[in-house]
Design a protein around this ligand. Sequence first.
Ligand code: NDP
Length: 333
Amino acid sequence: MINPVYRAAEGRYEEMEYRRSGRSGIRLPEISLGLWQNFGDTAPLARSREMLLHAFDNGICHIDLANNYGPSYGSAEATFGKVIESDLRPYRDELFISTKAGWDMWPGPYGDLGSRKYLISSLDQSLKRMKLDYVDIFYSHRYDPDTPLEETLQTLVDIVRSGKALYAGISNYPYEAAEFAYKYLAERDVRCLLHQCKYNIFDREPETDGLLRQAKEAGSGFIAYSPLCQGLLTDRYLNGIPDNSRAAKDFSLKQNRITPELLGKIRDLNNIAAERGQTLAQMALAWDLKDDLVTSVIIGASSLEQLQSNLQAIKNTDFSQEELAAIDEIVKR
Ligand code: NDP
């Protein structure tokens, strides 16, 4: 069936809140949509399209991708390219689109890690798959201790200068490497726009390792991935492991992580969320956004209903000291 011509919702920017990314001209929606797992060629295109358009209709103008998102590798970008062609092309200038390279993508020594050879050829492939002339931000997806950091970072600078990306970012960089990156990039007038790391109620490394503060002081934004801890910070697993869930695949979210002890914590967090009038997923997203250290949270969703429900998180991102302490208490025990 041919889709009717898509017209974006008139009021699409009315409900969403936007936060400035570090010391830059860019504001990002508090909630961004990531295409890591549910938008590949094993997912129905109609559902992917529906979620992408719903996101855009509700102010989610930042879409996060990477070369190897799928499954299969590359297919999330291909899906996104299809929706660009069918619906979103007229809105390109309203969209902030990311991609990355740094994890394994193709066989051999040039399809992984941090070399100039890999990053540049990967971005060229990504642009073809997404049917774009440029992305808004290109990330080094991980720190590669065996490639001189200057090589990776100079490649980001050159990519920005070439016009294939408007901004540069880093992802999963440890503190020292991030410090070097902020300085190297700033000295070449290509400031780091975002550091992208895992950050949620259970995964606190950006706090404990100082990455949140560091990004703020460097004038970079900080964007949190897996804010729902891949679905653990929702009611998804309270009554077993559903067949269609991420844990059922036992790949990026291992089933043996879901112990009775963890479920006890999730139940108690769920009760705090209920007292706040939120679902656990909404509270987990709100928690990431509780202060100005996080620019945006990148959510994943496997259904329109999840996306719709998660969008409500931004209605209450205020936490009392008692609530924060109670959450910490549950996590630490
Ligand atoms: P989340 O922590 O938001 O987990 C998403 C999953 O949680 C969904 O697929 C779904 O699982 C479940 N879920 C979402 N909403 C609900 C709800 N309301 N109720 C119940 N379950 C829900 O994020 P992801 O781990 O998917 O990561 C988000 C994005 O972050 C990625 O798409 C990617 O763009 C980025 N990312 C970046 C990385 C990096 O190295 N830079 C690494 C990982 C992610 P189910 O499928 O079971 O329904």
